[in-house]
Ligand binder design. Structure first.
Ligand code: GCU
Length: 332
C-alpha cells in the first residue's frame, strides 16, 4: 500500500521511489491517494480508475492513483483540508464548497448560468475565460485545480409528493451541500434548506429528519436516494461542477515530462467522464422509473422567477456580473 511504501522509504528499506516529501526534488513517482465521496458505479470513480491505469502505463508504473470511494477518507470539506495539508494527494470537490476560498467558484455555480453540459464543459476548458481560477488556491491553500467534471442538471426529490410549485416546497426540509449558495438557492425555490454532508443524506431522509434532497439523477441512483425519496421534480435548477484538485507540491514535484503525461491523461479523463455522463444519466432515469420513482414536470416559470430574484442580488456586485455575463454569452 502507499502507506507501507512511505514507511519503507522513511526506514530506508527500499532502493527506488524514495522521494516522498523531499522538497524541490522531482518525484520519481508514487501512488497518489485520491479521496472521493461517490460509489464505485458513479462515472467519477470509473473515469478516475481508468485515469490511473493509463497513467501507470504511460509512466512505466511509476505514477498511479488509488481512489478511496464512498467518502472513506472523510467528507468533501474534510478531505479538501487533507489535500491542502498533503496527507491526501487529490480530491473531487463540489464547486459550492470552494466558494469560501474564491468567490468566483460561487459565480460558476449560480443558477441559470449554463445552458447545458456542452456549454459548461467548453467554459471549463477555456483558460481565457477562467483567468487564474484554477491556480488561485495555490497560495495559501496549496491546492491546484486540474479542471472540472460535470455534475449535470440537479433536481429536487422528496419523500412525499409529487409537487410542481415553489409553494409546495414551503416548510419542506431539503438537504443541501454545506454551502451558502445552495442554502440561498433552495430558499429562493421555496424550501427550507438543511446543509448536511453527502454520505449522511440517505439515513436523514429515511428517518424523516429531512423531507428530501437535490442532486443529479446519477447520484440519485448511486446513493440509493431513490429508495427513500421517490418523487423527482424536474427543477433543473443548477448545472453543477465538481473540481478535481491536487496538492500543489505533488503537482509541481513531478518532472516536466511526467507532468505533461499526467495532464494529457487528465484531459482524456474529462472527455471520458463527459461521454459517460450523458449515457449514464439516461440509464439512471430508466432505472429510477423501473424502481418506482415518479418524474414530474414543474412550473418552470415559477421556479425561475424565484431564482432570478436571488440572482439579481448576486449580480449587484459588478465583478460577479462581469464574469457571469461573460460565461452566459460565451460562444466558444
Ligand atoms: C454530486 C457531486 C458531489 C457532491 C454531491 C452532493 O453528487 O458530484 O461532488 O458531493 O453532489 O450533493 O454533496
Amino acid at each position: 500500500t502507499a502507506a507501507a511504501a512511505v514507511i519503507a522509504c522513511t526506514l530506508g528499506l527500499t532502493a527506488t521511489g524514495c522521494t516522498y516529501g523531499l522538497q524541490g526534488t522531482p518525484e520519481t513517482g508514487k501512488t497518489m491517494i485520491f479521496a472521493l465521496d461517490q460509489a464505485e458505479d458513479h462515472p467519477s470513480y470509473i473515469a478516475l480508475e481508468a485515469f490511473s491505469d493509463r497513467l501507470e502505463d504511460a509512466t512505466d508504473g511509476r505514477w498511479d492513483i488509488r481512489v478511496y470511494p464512498n467518502a472513506a477518507l472523510g467528507n468533501q470539506q474534510e478531505t479538501v483540508q487533507l489535500v491542502s495539508e498533503g496527507s491526501v494527494d487529490m480530491v473531487v470537490a463540489s464547486g459550492t464548497l470552494l466558494e469560501n476560498l474564491n468567490r468566483d467558484f460561487r459565480t460558476l455555480a449560480l443558477p441559470l448560468l449554463y445552458e447545458d453540459i456542452d456549454h459548461q464543459m467548453a467554459v471549463l476548458s477555456d483558460e481565457e475565460i477562467l483567468g487564474d481560477l484554477f491556480t488561485s488556491l495555490e497560495e495559501p491553500n496549496n491546492l491546484t485545480v486540474l479542471g472540472g467534471f460535470t455534475q449535470g442538471e440537479r433536481h429536487v426529490y422528496t419523500k412525499n409528493g409529487p409537487f410542481t410549485e415553489p409553494d409546495d416546497l414551503n416548510g419542506q426540509k431539503i438537504r443541501v451541500q454545506e454551502s451558502d449558495l445552495m442554502i440561498d438557492m433552495l430558499s429562493a425555490m421555496g424550501s427550507n434548506p438543511t446543509p448536511l454532508s453527502y454520505a449522511e443524506v440517505y439515513t436523514a431522509i429515511q428517518s424523516g429528519v429531512l423531507d428530501g434532497a437535490e442532486n443529479n439523477l446519477i447520484s440519485y441512483m448511486t446513493t440509493g436516494h431513490n429508495v427513500v425519496a421517490p418523487h423527482v421534480a424536474l427543477t433543473a435548477h443548477q448545472v453543477g461542477t465538481d473540481y478535481v484538485v491536487i496538492n500543489s507540491e505533488v503537482f509541481t514535484g513531478m518532472t516536466e515530462e511526467d507532468r505533461q503525461t499526467f495532464l494529457q491523461e487528465w484531459q482524456a479523463t474529462v472527455d471520458h467522464h463527459t461521454q459517460m455522463w450523458v449515457e449514464l444519466t439516461e440509464e439512471a432515469a430508466d432505472d429510477a422509473e423501473a424502481q418506482g420513482s415518479t418524474f414530474t414536470e414543474v412550473d418552470q416559470q415559477a421556479f425561475t422567477d424565484g431564482l432570478a430574484e436571488m440572482l439579481e442580488d448576486e449580480l449587484a456586485d459588478p465583478e460577479v456580473r462581469e464574469l457571469f455575463d461573460r460565461i452566459q454569452n460565451y460562444e466558444g
